[in-house]
Design a protein around this ligand. Structure first.
Ligand SMILES: [Fe+2]
Ligand SMILES: [Fe+2]
Length: 377
């Protein structure tokens, strides 16, 4: 296993309304009991890990305290749980993106190679996806949206693995293309995924009405190119305008603020992305736009819209995102894939890109986990 120079400290990666996910790269020997309010969980063991602190009160300011076996206590910091959006919970769905099934390595400086990871079994992208879909199904997702870069080279074998692993938990799956899925030499995975009951959207945007929200999936790929395009985005605004209520627009490429790229990878150029966001805001201000491709976690406002980017299950921090639709809003939660093999792999990619990846990709906790109240239309 590749060991990073640095390791994630014991910290709260995810905050929800009634739960928090604690993660760590390494812990001192022995066990710790972590408390917040009346809830507690035991953490420990060799290597990276994750634990769920459940049963927390929503919208509460709490203190996170670690208690060692010898009874000494240490304050880890404040913990504020999310207030759920207004109204009843109506539906849950989850997303995975940038899985890159078939990719034998991650990053540069240092490059982390899968054959060296020593854990055996399927390669890490498959292991991480398998764990992610099991964990998001246990969380309660009623639909999985696979937001592109499902495969690394769009080979038959990679699409067959995608079909098998994405369908494993028995949750309906809506898939869309990323640039890697349409790279030179890629095959069309539509029929292979259809064999597992998975819809692969390409071309014109598609709308699907879910309880409490309209989901619009949008193909932003250009065959043989890495960058995104706004070519088909003009058809999104009418679809969100026709929604009975709020909407979520799912893209692979992230919308750039500028025409030219300010940081890799290249997304949808700003001169195409900004008119698209303006048109969506005008058509239905109660819209959340979610993207991938950047392998990082960010959130920003565009007028009344929230635009969120979510990272990959197979490189640090190694995540999936959940969405809880309420009558009056939506809540996003981003959890690290907690399976021990998966988190050991994603932790090993933390020091890529001269140690910057571990600081660049995660974003902040409030960029990953948030409750939105829909604005009035
Ligand atoms: Fe990707
Ligand atoms: Fe991509």
């Amino acid at each position: 296993m590749n060991r990073p120079e640095s390791a994630t400290p014991l910290s709260v990666f995810t905050v929800e309304d009634t739960a928090a996910q604690l993660t760590w790269g390494s812990l001192p020997e022995g066990r710790l009991r972590v408390h917040a309010g009346d809830a507690s969980v035991v953490v420990g063991g060799a290597g990276p890990g994750a634990a769920l602190l459940a049963g927390l009160p929503p919208g509460a300011d709490l203190d996170l305290v670690a208690e060692s076996d010898d009874g000494t206590t240490r304050w880890l910091g404040p913990l504020r749980t999310l207030t759920p959006p207004p109204g009843r919970e109506l539906f849950r769905f989850a997303t995975v993106n940038d899985i890159h099934l078939g990719d034998p390595r991650f990053g540069r400086l240092p490059m982390v190679s899968h054959p060296d990871d020593g854990a055996g079994g399927p390669p890490p992208p498959e292991r991480c996806l398998r764990a992610a879909v099991a964990e998001l199904a246990a969380w309660g997702a009623q639909l999985i949206v696979a937001k592109g870069d499902i495969t690394d080279h769009g080979s038959v074998e990679e699409w067959e693995t995608a079909a098998k692993v994405l369908s494993a938990p028995g949750v309906p799956v809506e898939a869309m293309l990323g640039n890697h899925d349409v790279c030179r030499g890629a095959v069309d995975g539509t029929d292979i995924l259809a064999g597992a009951g998975i819809t692969l959207s390409s071309g014109a945007p598609q709308a699907r009405d879910l309880p409490g929200v309209r989901l619009v999936v949008t193909d932003t790929t250009v065959a043989g190119k890495n960058r995104g395009t706004g070519l088909r985005l003009g058809d999104v605004a009418p679809l969100v305008a026709e929604a009975e209520g709020p909407a979520v627009v799912a893209l692979h490429h992230h919308p750039q603020r500028h025409r030219t790229m300010t940081h890799p990878p290249r997304g949808i150029p700003g001169n195409e992305a900004m008119p698209f966001l303006d048109a969506v805001a005008e058509a239905n201000p109660a819209t959340l736009v979610i993207a991938g491709h950047s392998h990082r976690h960010r959130r920003h406002r565009w007028g009344p819209l929230t635009v969120a980017e979510v990272g990959s299950p197979q490189d640090y921090p190694g995540t999936w995102a959940g969405y809880v639709v309420h009558e009056g809003g939506i809540r996003q939660v981003v959890r690290r894939v907690a399976d021990p093999d998966a988190i050991a792999w994603t932790e090993s990619t933390r020091d890529c890109f001269l140690g910057l990846w571990g600081r660049w990709s995660p974003g902040t906790r409030d960029q990953r986990c948030f409750s939105l109240t829909w604005p009035r239309r």
